[in-house]
Design a protein around this ligand. Structure first.
Ligand code: OXD
Ligand code: MN
Length: 608
């Protein structure tokens, strides 16, 4: 263990770390060097403390199991703040508080908050260390769980400090579970402070402070807090960059031609599954660059290039199966951390959907003994239980993840939501600005399980609703500025997909590996294949003939339903989008309103 600050040569970093030590008074300080020995020691320490349980090494080598406090299992959007100087700059979709007031409140909570604990100082790079699009952060945390997870999810250690140098820029990211230990008091496996959870971004000073929660989405500060909320602001200011809630995949045709595609879907719409799917179309192969976040930048050649700033997957476990995502299962066979899944009697893990039947006996995520046929299967794992796994262990990792530090050229951007009705399987936008309209109106329908009226649309623009670090309408403007910054013909083509059309409770499209047929059509469009689409009021749709449906047994009537535009339904959709957009007032870009007006006019014309 390194117990001094000698590794830190960056002047600003040293001053900031010393300030935090003085404020939080930890027992020990450990600067992470990123070595194998260090992570081994940390995992052992967490096992000793009871935070981690080592899983059966025969079944899951170097894997660990953990349970959160039952109240600390997910991102807390109500406690997530964008503290810009002016409320208007946070916009109507973010919680806001004056930054000075918020800092006062947080500092009161942070005073002495690390008493009895070790402060981990984690130098990390989002993106390949030293890469052109990459950025550096330093996370301070008193949670060993966070330190161990950050070591998988980001590039950590001395290499990062070397790139940072004495004067380099970094994002300071502070995290504490704020439950200080009295002298002699024994620590518990999952400390947190449920009454005092705040996940705060300060966009002007590019700072992050997160307190009270240990759950990954609130505490792995490289992910949502830095790579999205702070990075959206950095990208806007830089002018030629985007920070997006998008997967990045490579797709190779049987002839060996490769394209890169990014895609943004709201949670629970299958981003991780699409990012590493096995194609049903013979000879086609998908490889994964990233499953959650894309940083993109216009290159000198005028094209948009993307990197995955992360180095691991923090995936939702339930629903991950041999059918939905065999490659994710292979990825977490070793070196993984499992949170809030069920524990089997042979020291392995289980979650809903992993097998048809749960094991005969298990321990639930709350630590209770469980017996099949006696206890409720819903008790076994939390719906938001997770695996943290190293992307390098993924059997279909794209070579560019390792070899292209400055990113891959993006050919297409896909938006999508979970829509049981109205929205066709796939369509292409008319141009970039129309594509921005599609992004700004991404929505999913509420199901019976969610609060609110059935079928009610929940807008989640660009799948970024909880992740945009400034006024969402200004973010729309930033997207709309791209055609003026490059040759518009060089920008990726924009598409919208919907795998979730249903009738009488049954899905009309089989999804999973069959989605490769849709990706193939998208590539036909990128390559300008003749007669591959028909023009409709909402954009370009495939004809039944232009989709490769070989070997797929699907009734023609169903295909017709998912490949036609319901003009009346879309006209009422336009009204809902208009209403949603109206909350942005004068910030709403006029170009976007003009796109919506034009869509309405095309629909009305089609009706007459
Ligand atoms: C999310 C996640 O909540 O990726 O979007 O964890
Ligand atoms: Mn996500």
């Amino acid at each position: 263990m390194v117990n001094d600050l000698s590794l830190i040569k960056n002047k600003k970093a040293l001053a900031w770390i010393k300030e935090q030590i003085a404020l939080c008074t930890p027992d020990k300080v450990h600067v992470m060097d990123g070595s194998i020995e260090e992570i081994r020691e940390l995992n052992e320490l967490l096992v000793k403390k009871g935070t981690f349980l080592r899983l059966n090494p025969e079944k899951r080598p170097n894997c660990f199991y953990t349970r959160t406090n039952p109240g600390d299992t997910a991102r807390v959007e109500a406690a997530t703040f964008i503290c810009s100087k002016k409320q208007e700059d946070a916009g109507p979709t973010n919680n806001w508080m004056d930054p000075t007031q918020m800092k006062k409140k947080l500092h009161a909570l942070m005073k002495g908050c690390m008493k009895g604990r070790t402060m981990y100082v984690i130098p990390f790079s989002m993106g390949p260390t030293g890469g052109k699009i990459s950025r550096i952060g330093i996370e301070i945390t008193d949670s060993g769980f966070v330190a161990a997870n950050m070591r998988i999810m980001t590039r950590v250690g001395t290499e990062v400090l070397k790139v940072l140098g004495t004067d380099g820029e970094f994002v300071p990211a502070f995290h504490s579970v704020i439950s200080p230990l009295e002298p002699g008091q024994k620590d518990i496996p999952w400390p947190c402070d449920l009454k005092n959870r705040y996940i705060v971004q300060f966009p002007e000073t590019r700072e992050i402070i997160s307190v009270g929660s240990g759950y990954g989405g609130n505490s792995l500060l490289g992910k949502k807090c830095f790579a999205l909320r702070i990075a959206t602001v950095l990208s806007r200011d830089e002018g030629r960059s985007l920070a997006e809630h998008m997967l990045v995949l490579g797709i190779t045709s049987p002839e060996g031609k490769k394209h890169y595609i990014t895609a943004a879907f709201p949670s629970a719409c299958g981003k991780t599954n699409l990012a590493m799917m096995n194609c049903s179309l013979p000879g086609w192969k998908v490889t994964v660059v990233g499953d959650d976040i894309a940083w993109m930048k216009l290159n000198k050649d005028g094209r948009l290039y993307a990197i995955n700033p992360e180095s691991g997957f923090f995936g939702v476990a339930p629903g991950t199966s041999e059918e939905s995502n065999p490659n994710a299962l292979r990825t977490c066979e070793k070196d993984a951390i499992f949170t809030n899944v069920a524990l089997t009697t042979d020291g392995d893990v289980w979650w809903k959907g992993l097998t048809d039947q749960p094991p005969a006996n298990a321990i639930t995520w709350k630590g209770k003994k469980w017996t099949r046929g006696v206890d409720d299967p819903k008790e076994l794992c939390h719906p938001n239980s997770r695996f943290t796994a190293d992307i390098s262990n993924c059997p279909v990792v794209d070579p560019a993840y390792h070899n292209a530090p400055d990113g891959v050229p993006v050919d297409a951007i896909i938006f999508g939501g979970r829509r049981e009705s109205v929205v066709p399987l796939v369509f292409q936008s008319r141009d970039w600005n129309h594509g921005v309209l599609l992004g700004s109106s991404v929505a999913s329908e509420r199901t019976a399980a969610a609060e609110g009226k059935m079928g009610e649309l929940r807008f989640d623009p660009f799948a970024m609703l909880p992740f945009c670090g400034y006024n969402m309408a200004d973010y729309f403007s930033h997207w709309l500025s791209f055609p003026s910054k490059t040759d518009p013909a060089k920008l990726p083509k924009i598409f919208h997909v919907n795998w979730f059309r249903k009738e009488n409770g049954k899905f009309l499209w089989p999804g999973y590996g069959e989605n490769s047929r849709v990706l193939k059509w998208i590539i036909d469009r990128i390559e300008g294949k003749e007669n591959s689409a028909v023009e409709t009021p909402i954009g370009y749709l495939p004809t039944i003939e232009s989709l490769d449906l070989s070997g797929l047994d699907i009734p023609k009537e169903d295909l017709k339903k998912i490949l036609t535009v319901d003009v009346d339904a879309y006209l009422s959709e336009v009204q809902k989008i208009r209403e949603y957009h109206s909350q942005f007032g004068s910030h709403l870009p006029s170009k976007l309103s003009a796109e919506l007006d034009a869509l309405e006019a095309r629909l009305k014309q089609a009706k007459n």
